[in-house]
Design a protein around this ligand. Structure first.
Ligand SMILES: Nc1ncnc2c1ncn2[C@@H]1O[C@H](COP(=O)(O)OP(=O)(O)OP(=O)(O)O)[C@@H](O)[C@H]1O
Ligand SMILES: [Zn+2]
Ligand SMILES: [Zn+2]
Length: 807
């Protein structure tokens, strides 16, 4: 009998969900377990790939005709995927129509993903001259270093065929632990005391060292701490090492991104009645291990965070762990502070702003059960917490919870799966729940908890709508209406703060020729380039293309070429002219690119170092500054024109969220919304803080249009460098799909995507709309596997279940 491992292998462009069998060498029999990473040979060449062990079993090797390959190396000492993670990766692959290996890799920190290095190695028969000319005496060299020309490649292939060299793929583990030097006593307690007598008179520092070592009781202490604590220098420690008193050993340390952050501890607040009702219900579910999904629908400033924190505390009190998801957390440093302030060292934080080493360390702290609370953005939903007692998803309507690349999962779906696995409740929180979630609460699938009022009976801010059509007739080309300017000046006089938002979606500064109408576009993508004053260039926001700002029109050579639209920089400039005394902070992609810049700018604003905060959408969410009494939205409607059925929903959500930043403490707030569509329902409902009204109206629109949540949708996209190839493939796909699906299912398209070309690739889409489609899973699974072949030829096909963007 041999022991066989079922291994999920990572072979790009040849992925499959079928595991391969490998023999486990005798030496590793007791060691290899499901969930470990291994390196295995694959295919006929010397190729090595990484894989995950799915199962181990005893089997008769002769049942596998021919030779069964053996596992090369075992990467892990303990499984990196526990049974839950293995089951979850399987489900994720099935439900998002992606490969299980992709899912498994997505669930782990990026540094644990294999990196492949292609090497050229000598063999027993490598001729001496080749050993010097190609290998320079080494036994292997990177393949790409020695194969730079086609002639060199064909030479190497000839040598390989003759067995004189071999090509080898090495799997590199990128994960590195961070260590510091530690001090451990070598002598025992009595010997250390004895050694004091051998020290020559006057060598007081050596005595201090020996006394210090005695306090360690056999433990290891970091050298730096040891020197500080006992006042001995590195030189004295070295002497002690030479004398055989101590040894230096590496101690593993965690990279802690918040080590230097000044976080104040907070205590539970006394809840108001609505909060108390919500907390009671959630805590009861935690205690009963009920799989209830709650929708916590609370207006802006109603104290949802306090409800989360007290519910988490209840889970911890039960000896359980808690997971709290927030949208791209680097955008809300305030939230991290609140959670860390309440739960201190029990908290691990995971988000994209951390370095890959920091992420890896936080992941290991969770895995080792050293952290009981995890706060993080989308991928933190996979945090390896065991014994989960509660999952919270703040701002559940945010589209950043959906991943754009394979696996195209929504973190909400994963959260619900884990709630079933762990028998624990989920809380979906928002002031503006997604239509899908609110509709489920309406049907009783989710339990709705309502916080209808702000804490301490603060009123929601008054919202004024300003019609920019009439405004522009009065004074041309300003970003600021008269009313907003007066309000800003008024806040300056009263030493209160203001927040101004420029909606960047669907709007940017582009260059247009007044004579011929020419607009400068990206040569790779179908969209206009955006002016960036910091770098004095025109940039493409889709592919990163950058070029000089034109002085004359490239089309008609006219000098009448001008900037249109507006960027945050231009707004800031204009505002400095209009209100020269105001202190302004600008927050956008340019000013927050550096690590920590986002948190720093916010804390400057929070501590009153500026009067006005200007920013893009990134300032709309979560900010809680008591002195902000004015919010201005400079362009409310630019996203309304986007060809996406969720355009109104997004606009309503954004306006409600940003309005919610005003008047959160004692002083009441006022919001000014500038728009060219003052009568649009999304803007009107936002003006009246009327989520319910919006929900009902929008549900009617969706019903008429046959959109979610009344229908389910799947989007299939094909892209290719050659437009004809992409289009042709989509028409073939349509012909193939039709007979597979039931007649009640609608297939829309193929159509070029609204932005048809991005980064030189042409995009075509098909949208499948259905209420019930029994053949869907089988059809899409077939499609997934068939597209592998085409992938190799350059055509890319993507399947997106419940896509959030139709662009
Ligand atoms: N029970 C309470 N008593 C006093 N203050 C409270 C109470 N609950 C919350 N607060 C305070 O009210 C403010 C608003 O709360 P929080 O930021 O949690 O609101 P929110 O519902 O998350 O709002 P948003 O959706 O706008 O982010 C915070 O400063 C918070 O400390
Ligand atoms: Zn581009
Ligand atoms: Zn022109």
């Amino acid at each position: 009998m041999a022991q066989i491992a079922q291994v999920l292998v990572d072979v790009p462009t040849m992925q499959t969900n079928r595991p391969y069998s490998y023999r486990i060498p005798a030496a590793w029999r007791s060691q290899v377990q499901p969930g470990m990473r291994v390196v295995v040979p694959f295919g006929r060449g010397k190729r090595r790939v990484q894989g995950f062990v799915l199962a181990c079993n005893d089997a008769d090797e002769t049942a596998y005709d021919g030779e069964l390959k053996a596992i090369d190396t075992v990467v892990d000492l303990a499984p990196v995927l526990n049974p839950e993670a293995l089951a979850l990766s399987k489900w994720l692959a099935d439900s998002t129509f992606s490969f299980q290996i992709t899912c498994a890799q997505t669930m782990l920190p990026a540094v644990m993903r294999a990196k492949y290095v292609k090497l050229l190695r000598t063999t027993a028969t490598t001729p001496a001259d080749i050993q010097t000319t190609i290998f320079h005496g080494q036994s292997s060299v990177p393949f790409d270093d020695v194969a730079t020309t086609p002639a060199q490649v064909s030479d190497l292939l000839r040598l390989q065929a003759a067995g004189a060299v071999e090509v080898y793929f090495q799997v590199k583990n990128q994960a590195r632990h961070k260590t510091v030097v530690g001090i451990t006593a070598v002598l025992d307690q009595a010997e250390l005391v004895e050694a004091e007598k051998t020290v020559r008179a006057g060598a007081a520092k050596q005595v201090a060292l020996l006394k210090g070592l005695q306090t360690l009781n056999g433990e290891t202490l970091a050298q730096k701490k040891f020197s500080d604590q006992f006042g001995v220098s590195e030189a004295v420690i070295r002497t002690g090492e030479q004398k055989g008193w101590l040894k230096k050993t590496p101690i593993e340390v965690y990279r802690d991104p918040y080590a230097t952050a000044d976080i104040k501890a907070t205590k539970s607040l006394k809840l108001n009645d609505e909060q108390q009702v919500a907390v009671d219900q959630i805590v009861a579910a935690v205690q009963k291990s009920a799989k209830t999904t709650f929708l916590l629908e609370g207006v802006t400033g109603s104290g949802k965070t306090e409800v989360y924190l007290q519910s988490i505390a209840a889970a911890l009190a039960q000896g359980k762990t808690a997971l709290m998801l927030v949208p791209e957390i680097s955008l809300t440093p305030q939230m991290v502070q609140r959670v860390k302030g309440r739960f201190g060292k029990a908290v691990a934080v995971l988000h994209s702003g951390l370095s890959s080493g920091e992420k890896y360390d936080e992941w290991r702290r969770i895995k080792r059960q050293e952290a009981q609370v995890v706060v993080g953005a989308r991928s933190a939903v996979f945090a390896p917490l065991t014994n989960l007692g509660l999952i919270i998803m703040d701002e559940e309507h945010e589209s950043s919870y959906k991943q754009d690349d394979a696996p195209r999962y929504h973190a909400r779906q994963v959260a619900l799966w884990r709630s079933q696995y762990h028998d624990c409740p989920v809380v979906l929180g928002s002031a503006t729940p997604s239509l899908e979630t609110r509709a489920r609460a309406e049907k009783g699938v989710y339990q709705r908890l309502l916080l209808a009022d702000r804490v301490n009976q603060r009123p929601l801010p008054k919202v004024s709508i300003i019609d920019m059509k009439t405004e522009l007739q009065k004074h041309a080309e300003s970003n600021f209406s008269q009313a907003l300017l007066v309000a800003l000046q008024d806040r300056l006089d009263r030493h209160e703060q203001s927040v101004l938002m420029l909606n960047r979606r669907g709007y940017s500064s582009f260059v247009l020729c007044r004579d011929c109408g020419f607009v400068l576009k990206c040569p790779n993508c179908d969209i206009s380039l955006t002016l960036h004053m910091d770098t004095h260039t025109m940039k493409c926001h889709y592919c990163g293309h950058e070029e000089a700002i034109p002085r004359i029109c490239p089309n008609c050579h006219s000098h009448q070429i001008r900037y249109y639209g507006t960027g945050t920089e231009k707004v800031e400039e204009e505002l400095r002219d209009l209100l020269p005394d105001a202190r302004i902070i600008r927050m956008d992609n340019d000013t927050t690119r550096k690590k920590g810049a986002h948190a720093r700018l916010l804390s400057q604003f929070g501590s009153g170092e500026a009067d006005i905060l200007i920013g893009t959408q990134m300032i709309a969410k979560g900010l809680d500054f008591p002195n902000v009494t004015l919010v201005g939205v400079l362009n409310a409607d630019t996203a309304l024109g986007l060809p996406d059925f969720r355009a109104s929903e997004r606009t309503f959500q954004l306006l409600t969220q940003v309005s919610g930043r005003a008047g959160r403490a004692e002083k009441s707030g006022h919001v000014y919304i500038q728009t060219f569509n003052p009568d649009h329902y999304a803007i009107r409902f936002a003006q009246h803080h009327d989520y319910e009204g919006f929900f009902k109206y929008e549900m009617r629109m969706r019903h008429q249009g046959g959109y979610p949540p009344y229908y389910f949708t799947v989007q299939i996209t094909a892209s290719d460098l050659d437009e004809a190839v992409a289009a042709k493939r989509m028409y073939q796909l349509l012909q193939w799909l039709k007979p597979q699906l039931t007649p009640s299912t609608q297939i829309l398209g193929p159509t070029p995507k609204p932005i048809a070309r991005v980064n030189r690739r042409y995009y075509y889409q098909i949208v499948i709309k259905y209420k019930r489609e029994p053949n869907l899973a089988a059809t899409l699974t077939t499609l997934l596997h068939e597209t592998q072949v085409q992938q190799r030829q350059g055509l890319q096909i993507a399947i997106d279940v419940e896509p959030l963007h139709f662009m």
